[in-house]
Design a binder for this molecule. Sequence first.
Ligand code: KIV
Ligand code: ZN
Length: 516
Amino acid sequence: MSKEQLIIFDTTLRDGEQSPGASMTRDEKVRIARALERMRVDVIEAGFPIASPGDFEAVKAVAETVTESTVCGLARAIDGDIDRAVEALKPARRARIHTFIATSPIHMRNKLKMEPDEVVEQAVRAVKRARNHTDDVEFSPEDAGRSEPDFLCRVLEAVIDAGATTLNIPDTVGYSLPNLFGELIRGLIERIPNSDKAIFSVHCHNDLGLAVANSLMAVLGGARQVECTINGLGERAGNAALEEVVMAVRTRQDVFPCDTRIDTTQILDTSRLVSNITGFRVQPNKAVVGANAFAHESGIHQDGVLKQRETYEIMRPEDVGWHANRMVLGKHSGRNAFRARLEELGFGIESEEELNELFMRFKELADKKHEIYDEDIQALVTSADQAAINERVRLVALKVCSETGETPRARVTLLMDGEERTAEAEGSGAVDASFRAIEEIVHSGTELLLYSVNNITSGTDAQGEVTVRLDKAGRIVNGKGADTDIVIASALAYVNALNKVLDTDPRHHPQVEEHL
Ligand code: KIV
Ligand code: ZN
C-alpha cells in the first residue's frame, strides 16, 4: 500500500459487549473473532479478562484461535488487571495490553478520588508493568474528550516515556464535536515532544450521533488508528461503526492520506453474524449494512441507477458483500454440500459431531422451507451456538390455541434442571400465553424489556427471528430464537434469554470503580 496505513482496532467483543444485553459466550466470541480476522482487522480487543472467569476464558480462547490479527486485552491501570490480561493473552501470536485511567477533572474527582499527580504516577506504573510482558502497549486517558489538553499532554508524554506504543484518545461520553476533536488530536501530536514515538488512536462514542464524524476528523488530524465496532455496537449509543469508518476512508481516498487493510467484501456477513449473535438488529436505513442501504425505491432513482450506476451510488453493493438472496441448498442437498457452504460462509466446523448436529437442524428446516438461503444458514449456526450455552431450561413441546373470539391459550413442556414439567396459561395472544406458561414453570422474576420479530428472508415460509430482552435486577440479557413458526421462535428466544439470566457468571464493568 503506497498510502499510510490506518489501523483498524475492533472492540466489538469488549466495548460492544458492554451494550446492555449484548453479552456473548466464549464460542460466540471466537466465531466473531474469526470473522474479524477474515476481514483483516488489525487489532481485535477480545475482552476485559479480570471482569469474570468467563471473560478470562473468552479472551484466552480468542488468543488461541486468532493468528493474523493482534489480540488485545483491556486492563485498568492496576497491577491485578494487567497480570490477568497478561495471563489470558499468553497463547496469542501477537498480544497487546490496553490499559487506561481517567484524566478528566470530573472523573478524577468523583470516580477515582485521586489527585492529577497520582493519576500520572499510576498510568506510568501500569504502562511499565505491561511493557515487562509485551512491547505492544496501548494507553487510554479515559474521558479525554472532557480532559484538559495541558494535562493530557503531560500524561501522554509520560506514558510514551514509560513505553506506550499506542495512545488512544477516547471520547468516552460522546461529547466532542468533529472540528474540535480533529483539532484536539492535531494539537496533541504537535505539542507532545515525543509524540513521534507512538501511534495516535481514537475511540469515539455515539451519544450525539457523531462517533464516525469525530473519528474521521481525528484521522485528518493525524490519528492512525481508529477504534470501532461492527454495526456501531457499544456502551449506551455505541461506538463508531467499523463499516462506516472503513467505507468513508475507502470511498474518499481523494481526501484521506491513509487507507485500511480491510477486506470490505466481508463486511455484510460479519455485520449479520454480530447481529445474529447479539440480537441487536440493524436498522433498515443504517449506512452500508442496512437492508435499504443500496435499495432504490423511487422510480427516478431506479432509472438513474439502471442507466449509470454512479448517478446515485457512491459505493458498489458487492464491495461490501451484498449479493442477491441466493438459494444455496435444498431438501436434497447432502452433507458435503452443506459442509462446503458452511465453510464458504466462514463457519469453521470443529468436529464431526458439530457438523452432524447442524446438518440435522438443516434437514429439519429444509423439510419446512424448501429454499435455504445463506441468511438461513447463518441463523441456523448462531441459534445452535445459543442452544449450546449453559442450558438449564429447554423447550420440549409447545401447543397454542388461537381462535377468533376466544382467549388464546398455550401449553408448554420444559426440561428444567433435568426434570420435565408442563404448564398452561392464557394470554392476550399466542406469544403472550406461551411466555406466561413458561413463567408458570420457571418463575424467573424477570421483566420483559423488548420483544421483536424479524423475517430472515422474504416469503411467508421464511424463518422468523425473534429477540427477547429481559431484565433481572439490572442484569440485562438478550435471547434469540429462529423458526418458520414465529410462536415457536418466540418461545425459543424466551427460553434462550432465561438460560442467560440463570447463568451465574457475575462480571465487573471496566469503567465502574466500586471494586477497584
Ligand atoms: O470509552 C472509553 O473510554 C473506553 C476506554 C476503556 C478506552 O472504552
Ligand atoms: Zn468506550
